[in-house]
Design a binder for this molecule. Structure first.
Ligand code: 5GP
Ligand code: ZN
Length: 112
């Protein structure tokens, strides 16, 4: 298994877990870009949002059902941002679909 996030989900690499259910794992980003920066990932390996299709979109549905729970767990009562980077131009560094949940302060408007 050469996927970093599959190894984190399997517990082979330690992580700071925020939330877990049957289909989803959420953990704190090792290099936080905001006071709260959590990565929410499906346990199923999907390369990116560009690889989502009818045969694997249940995993994404499960992620979006988990995100409000992650936000509540992290005290994000005043809003937050969800980002997924895709491929080279999107600056995706880990090729296992993941959703950045950022918050804990007023985030900049500029999205690049
Ligand atoms: P991407 O750039 O692919 O959208 O996001 C990958 C994220 O994974 C980055 O924000 C990076 O800080 C985070 N990351 C990379 N390696 C690790 C790790 O070993 N543990 C944790 N918790 N986060 C990681
Ligand atoms: Zn993976």
């Amino acid at each position: 298994m050469d996927c970093l996030f599959c190894r984190i989900i399997a517990g082979e690499i330690p992580s700071s877990k925020v939330y877990e259910d049957e289909n989803v794992y959420a953990f704190r980003d090792i290099n936080p870009q905001a006071p709260v920066h959590v990565l929410v990932v499906p346990k199923a390996h999907i390369e990116s949002a560009d690889a989502v299709a009818s045969n694997n979109s249940d995993a994404v549905k499960a992620v979006f059902e988990a995100i409000p729970k992650v936000a509540a767990e992290c005290g994000l009562t005043n809003g937050y941002r969800v980002i997924t980077n895709i491929g080279e131009d999107g600056c995706q560094s880990v090729k296992h679909i993941h959703f950045h949940v950022l918050g804990g302060k007023k985030l900049p408007e500029n999205m690049g």
